[in-house]
Every structure is written in C-alpha cells, then in structure tokens.
Design a protein around this ligand. Sequence first.
Ligand code: FEO
Length: 392
Amino acid sequence: MKARKIKDNIYWMGSVDWDRRLFDTLVPLPDGTSYNAYLIKGSEKTALLDSVDPPMAHELLSQLEGIPRLDYVISHHAEQDHSGTIPQVLEKYPEAKLVASSKAKGMLMDLLQVPEESFKTVEDGETLSLGDKTLKFIYTPWVHWPETMSTYLEEDKILFSCDFFGSHIATTDLFVTDEGRVLEAAKRYFAEIMMPFRAVIQKDLDKLASYDIEMIAPSHGQIYPRASLIIDAYKDWVLGAPRNKVVLPYVTMHESTKQMVDHLVSALAEKGVGVEQFNLAVTDIGKLAMALIDAATIVVGTPTILAGPHPYAAYAAFLANALRPKTKYLSIIGSYGWGGKTVEVLAGMIPNLKVEVIDPVLCKGLPSEDDFKALDTLATAIAEKHREQNIL
Ligand code: FEO
C-alpha cells in the first residue's frame, strides 16, 4: 500500500498484515493487524515515527522512496514489530538520528544492535522542533514494555501512541469507521498485553489528561479521529469496577465436568449472575483474556488427570495469574476418577490473584444429585458475594 495523507504534511506509512494470525507465538489475531509508521514533514526537518515488522520492510522502504532526507526516526517502543526495520531505515538515511527514551536506547542496542552514535535520547516532556511542527515526547511506560513513550504533535493535537490504544485490525480504512468493531479489538489487545500494568497505565492516562488531544494515531489498527472514544474505554477497563459476571474456562474429557459446568451456568443465570464459559479445547484464548477484564469471579472447570488439573486448565490458570485481572472470587469444579491434587495444584498457580476462594466442588465420576446440590450452593454463594460487594 502507498503512503496515505492524514493531514497536511502528516502521512500514514507502514503495512497492513492481512494474513497474520498469531503474535509473539501466543496472541491470536483473528482480524490480522497493521504496523503503522508515520511521516511528519516540518518546514525545516522531517521525522519518521516508528517502522514496521521486518518481513514488511520492503513496503516501508518503498513508501520512503520519494523522501530525500530524514532528520529523525522516532522509536516509541523497542519491540520488533515497530522497531525491526529501523536499522534498514538508518542505512538508507545515515544522517538521521534515532530518537528514543534512555531506556529504549539500551533495548534497541541490545535487540537490533543499533550503534550508540545513532541515538538522540529524549527525556519525558522534552520537545523537538521540525520548524513549524513540534514533537513533544511523553513517557507512557508499561504499555506493555518499560521503555514505551508517545509523541504529541502540538500544532495538530495528534497523539502518536504506538501500542497504547492500538487494535489488531487489518483494513483499508485509515480512520475508525465502525466504533464497536474497533473497541472490541482494542479491548482484546488491552486484555492480552496491558491488563497486568493497570496501575501504571492509570498514571499514563492521568498524564495525558492535561493534553488537548483531538486525534490518536496508534501503531496498530485504525486512527481515532475522536480521541475520547478510546480514552474513555481505557478508563473503564483500567478503573471500572468488576461486573456481576463469572468467567468459566473449562476442560472436559468424558463429559462429567461438562455436566457440572452446564448445571452451574444454569444455576448462576437463574440467580441473575452472567456467565461467559470457554471450552479450553477450542476457545480463542484472546476472548478469555477479554472476559477477564471485568469479571468478579472465575470458576475453573477441570477433570483430574495425572493426579492434577488438565494441562489446558493449568494454562488458563497460568494466564489468569499473569494477567492479574480485578477478579475478587475464585472457585474450582470438576470430576476425578480415583484421587489427585487438582485443587492444591491450581490454587498454587495463582499467587498474583487477590481472590477469596469459594469452596470447590469436585465429584467422583459422573456428578450425583448431591454434587448438583453442591453446585447450586456454589452458585448461591457467588451470587451472595456479588450482592454483598454491590457488584451489579
Ligand atoms: Fe506492537 Fe509491543 O509491539
């Protein structure tokens, strides 16, 4: 795709990756993604903001063919999907300085072996004049690496935020057209990589509140012509109270655990508690992460295998522990054949979750009437806990 004009002397460059389905060999990308770089031409200097994932380098280099000189390359984030083509850009424009935070400088030297003399480090709040355009660098750490920063283009009131506020969508629409679609994709992205850093991201949002931001141009997905759309959504994801909802990731081998899941889901629904259930054998793990953003309770359903939880259930517990959602309560249900330490193993896997554990319900073989009654009791306990905490 060719470079595209955003406003006078401000251009989108980069690549739309329609076919990518996995990021970091971990994160599902059902709608592909894009790697957005931006070119800003001031009256005196020209800057390129970020680059593209190395397999897409040819696209960016082709877009730069008509650009005779770059004075600055701004690196907001050292991860290779944005920085990986910077060495080739610097090779093409040896006069350009690589502008980065001091922390990013070290990381870019480690990850890409960029020589030290190429850098110009900038402090939080520092400005760089391109003539009639001024770049202000705002440190916005931990979205999702420690070195991340954003750039505010003062004259045009545009925030270039890199991963922050981004979404994985491949599209030819440069600007947001379907707000519901982009919010879902951005929520998924927040859940997958930023949720554990909510406390720092809250400070980043507080910092941005003092800027008059009209437009946000992230490095993945579409540009937000109405910045408040995504800023307000982030405030909800970061600060919003947990909702009256149970997230129920489960595995079943011979349907006993599935019968328990079905019974519990029905009992919770009768008591007015919403449930999102995920069969871990087939689920998109990104959807599970998204559901964790605002769930008050997690219930893990697993059979006992090899004396412990099914490995898929262990993966879900590991993921929830790593993502550190706002969840307040947790329980475990499942079936076993002759014994094991399923509850102990799972409970030991979630030290980061500040949850109250509600009595698990394990049954031997197929669930009996008594087991179903125990599941009813669990549903009642969850509904009461939510009510006591005013979780609506
Ligand atoms: Fe899009 Fe953290 O890289």
